[in-house]
Write a protein that binds this ligand. Structure first.
Ligand SMILES: Cc1cc2nc3c(=O)[nH]c(=O)nc-3n(C[C@H](O)[C@H](O)[C@H](O)COP(=O)(O)OP(=O)(O)OC[C@H]3O[C@@H](n4cnc5c(N)ncnc54)[C@H](O)[C@@H]3O)c2cc1C
Length: 459
């Protein structure tokens, strides 16, 4: 395994006690690195079992990471590239694939460059991983919902942390020499990540960017002549085409710097649109809606056709044939693609061959609102990197480290989400190990026992 497991210097006995809160990929990875490095690790999760979102991710084919060159890979993290690049340089796609191989899970690079386990599933990987963690000494405590810190332990000078948990047996206090929080974002709350961690951290002065949907669907609006937006699809279009995929199309969000086209597919929904192509633009579209009240995408229905070719075919005399038959026979435009033209364009454009050809190459599609965060694939916002010291330790709470989707970054689908969760889990664990190696001797130099030892009996 390419995780740096051996601490540069072994911990003095007794081993320091670390509480990892959150049993998603980030927390499990942090627990693995800490336990392998000699710490005594207890992992807590609110749910009856860990890794529920990870298992869900495996339903559609677990996209672990991406095989593109590292330079391109790190660009996917946009404005947070500088924060995540060192973490991904230490534990990136190559190390992640080696790590999976170490669990006996082979991976392959698909035609799109995405990396999957050979069987595409998450469950076998998780099962083997949990077994290895247990054998490695990690103790699991499910149905333990972290509530925050005990009253006496919000003091930044404390040498340990006292955590409050809601358990089926009532509230329980747990002391730890260091804490790794890996509590996820705020989507798919029924799988455990509900964003309820924001308040206890914000109350301690931790700066948290508002949690927002990322890689999400959107509502569409139909612009009226007076500039207002009519909500959603027409009843006619919705009832016939909700669920229909638009394949081999390209989308862009026009901005000040011109349009950047992305090709692929997306799906018409009851309310609007969703799917990989829409997800890829979700961050900038969300910001545009926040700024302007709407975001207008350009949809190229025929990206493989040059504009001139489309113009020539649309303008070709069609005799007695209907426009629909003409577009289908000359350009292959039919079904939902053809219906979308009628849904979104005024009659005056449909009847003008030049305007219609231009619209086929750049059909304006207006988004009015993101779908609720609970439906999103991932969450933007979270603990700001500016609130962290190197090693992902909270500036406001020494000894407390954060990892995974609860940090303030976002990335498209394609394996980038899990990659950064794993990498930050490793980084937080290494940060905690470094902290314990440097702070514990100091904490005990005056002869006082760290607060962790006394109250830890239950674990
Ligand atoms: C449908 C779907 C498909 C996806 N597919 C992919 C994919 O193929 N590739 C990819 O890269 N990404 C994918 N993702 C995203 C990926 O699953 C997440 O980014 C990743 O799971 C986040 O990891 P995490 O450890 O940060 O948080 P999570 O996996 O959300 O884990 C957080 C854990 O913390 C626990 N928790 C939360 N609050 C508390 C509390 N107060 N006390 C105790 N425990 C708490 C939760 O129960 C949970 O177990 C997908 C997401 C979805 C929804």
């Amino acid at each position: 395994m390419s995780i740096p497991v051996a601490p540069p210097e072994a911990f003095a006995a007794p081993a320091p006690h670390v509480a990892v809160v959150g049993g998603g990929p980030a927390g499990l990875m942090a627990a693995e690195v800490l336990a392998a490095g000699g710490a005594s690790v207890d992992l807590f999760d609110a749910m009856p079992s860990v890794g529920r979102k990870f298992l869900l991710a495996g339903k559609g084919g677990l996209n672990l990471t991406h095989g593109e060159p590292f330079e391109r890979f790190v660009e996917r993290y946009g404005t947070r590239r500088a924060d995540l690049e060192p973490l991904l340089a230490a534990f990136g796609p190559a190390q992640l694939r080696d790590w999976a191989q170490g669990l006996g899970i082979s991976t392959f690079v698909g035609s799109s460059g995405r990396v999957f386990p050979t069987d595409l599933k998450a469950a076998p990987l998780l099962r083997r991983w949990l077994h290895r963690l247990r054998v490695g000494g990690v103790r699991f405590h499910t149905r333990h919902r972290w509530l925050g810190w005990a009253e006496a332990d919000v003091n930044a000078d404390a040498t340990g942390r006292r955590l409050r948990f809601a358990t089926p047996q009532g509230e329980s206090l747990v002391d730890a020499d260091a804490v790794v929080l890996a509590l996820g974002g705020a989507s798919w709350a029924r799988l455990g990540s509900d964003g309820a961690w924001v308040d206890p951290l914000a109350a301690c002065g931790v700066s948290v960017a508002p949690l927002q949907p990322s890689n999400c669907g959107f509502h569409v609006g139909r612009p009226a002549a007076d500039g207002t937006l009519a909500a959603g699809w027409t009843e006619y279009f919705r009832t016939r085409f909700a669920g229909a995929p638009l394949k081999n199309v390209a989308l862009s969000l026009e901005g000040e710097g011109g349009a950047a086209w992305q090709s692929g597919e997306f799906v018409v929904t009851e309310h609007g649109v969703e799917g990989s192509l829409v997800y890829a633009l979700s961050g900038p579209a969300r910001e545009r809606i926040a700024r302007d009240g709407r975001a207008t995408l350009s949809l190229d229905l025929l990206p493989a056709h040059a504009a001139e070719q489309v113009s020539a075919e649309v303008a070709r005399p069609r005799g007695s044939r209907s426009l629909g038959t003409h577009l289908k026979s000359r350009l292959g435009l039919a079904g939902v693609k053809s219906a979308l033209l009628h849904e979104l364009l005024p009659r005056s454009v449909i009847d003008d061959p030049a305007l219609l050809a231009a619209a086929i190459k750049a059909l304006p599609l207006t988004l009015s609102q993101a779908r609720p965060i609970d439906e999103a694939i991932s969450t933007a916002g979270g603990v700001r990197f500016e609130a962290l010291r190197p090693g992902l330790m909270l500036d406001a709470l020494p000894g407390v480290f954060c990892a995974g989707e609860m940090l303030d970054w976002e990335a498209p689908t394609g394996g980038y989400l899990l990659s950064a969760c794993f990498a930050s889990g490793v980084a937080a664990a290494l940060g905690a190990r470094q902290f314990l190696q440097t702070s514990r001797p100091i904490a005990r130099a005056d002869g006082s026992a760290p607060p962790t030892r006394a109250a830890r009996g239950g674990f």
